[in-house]
Design a protein around this ligand. Structure first.
Ligand SMILES: Cc1cc2nc3c(=O)[nH]c(=O)nc-3n(C[C@H](O)[C@H](O)[C@H](O)COP(=O)(O)OP(=O)(O)OC[C@H]3O[C@@H](n4cnc5c(N)ncnc54)[C@H](O)[C@@H]3O)c2cc1C
Ligand code: FES
Length: 291
């Protein structure tokens, strides 16, 4: 028997066990940061004092009381779960309310849910992290995990692309990462104003130049589906086995715990079988928006 607050932990997922999986826990907004014009990072403190242990790649169902609930990946450090960190882009009804939350407000949290990146499967080899836009948020915990255990990996490579320099998430952290000897960082933007000194182009360009050894590479990919498809095709063409190419797939979710079927992609319920899935399981499906 498990009691409220007990967790089962592994690299692929931390299963929070509560008597009623639909009952949110209250978290108080302790701090926030505006990242870009439409994206905000929130730091949330559990009102009951119980930290939310999680694995990199997991998400919560985050609720603005009286407005609604949406799945949001955890963007914090799995090694420091005392504050729950979420990075949220304002795209509609619920996210518009969440990004306007004020310090002291209370939000509801269910989870953590889903299957994470399984970062440690890359131990003994190289890991390439490919992020597009807000896709860096779900991948940040994986990067922090990789850096915390850097001696277990060969090369760790981050390739990050955004629409414009103003859309780059975590610019201060990106600079600090670029200075590290245990992480190779390539940042690129689709377009930039005149005078921009960084790289302009698609993520597939620096990825091609990274010179990865396909036999020892684990790839973690998150971004717009069109970008993930191109990156996945590219990696497979270079010889990375599809099972070693992991994607985070976002579908509309309602319950988050495998009950309602809203997130179904053929035989997969992405809230429990994902959001992180191997390309070997989804290659024929990722061109379809809703099945
Ligand atoms: C596992 C998972 C993790 C996620 N992590 C993050 C995260 O870390 N940060 C973040 O900002 N967002 C994340 N999302 C997306 C987020 O859940 C949606 O943006 C949100 O549900 C939109 O709700 P809304 O009420 O604000 O917008 P709505 O008014 O419901 O929708 C606005 C627009 O967004 C589209 N939309 C709605 N839900 C999704 C979805 N799940 N994926 C893609 N488009 C959608 C709608 O079709 C519509 O065009 C994640 C989604 C999933 C499934
Ligand atoms: S969101 Fe309900 S089954 Fe996945």
């Amino acid at each position: 028997m498990t009691l409220r607050g007990e967790t089962r932990s592994s690299d692929r997922g931390v299963a929070a066990v509560a008597p009623d999986p639909m009952l949110p826990r209250p978290f108080r907004l302790q701090g926030l940061r505006r990242d870009t014009e439409d994206t905000v990072t929130l730091w949330l403190d559990p009102v009951d004092g119980e930290p939310l242990a999680f694995a990199a790649g997991q998400f919560t169902m985050l609720q603005a009381f009286g407005v609604g609930e949406v799945p949001i990946s955890i963007s914090g450090d799995p090694g420091a779960p005392h504050l729950l960190q979420h990075t949220i882009r304002d795209v509609g009804g619920v996210t518009a309310t969440l990004v306007r939350a004020q310090v002291g407000d209370v939000l509801g949290v269910r989870g953590p849910y889903g299957v994470g990146w399984g970062v440690r499967d890359g131990a003994g080899g190289d890991v390439v992290v490919v992020a597009g836009g807000i896709g860096l948020a779900p991948l940040r915990p994986a990067l922090l995990d990789l850096l915390a255990g850097a001696d277990q990996y060969g090369r760790v490579v981050l390739v990050y692309g955004a629409r414009s320099p103003a859309d780059l998430l975590f610019p201060t952290e990106l600079e600090a990462w670029a200075d590290r000897s245990d992480l190779e960082v390539a940042v690129t933007v689709d377009s930039a104003p005149a005078g921009y000194r960084g790289r302009v182009g698609l993520v597939t360009e620096p990825l091609a130049r990274a010179g990865l050894d396909p036999d020892r590479t684990l790839a973690l990919v998150c971004g717009p589906e069109v970008m993930m498809r191109h990156v996945a095709e590219d990696l497979v063409r270079r010889g990375v086995p599809p099972a070693r190419v992991r994607l985070s797939l976002e579908r509309n979710m309602r319950c988050g715990v495998g009950l309602c079927g809203h997130c179904q992609l053929r035989e997969l319920f992405l809230c429990v079988d994902g959001p992180v899935v191997g390309l070997d399981r989804v290659a024929p499906l990722i061109t379809v928006r809703e099945l």
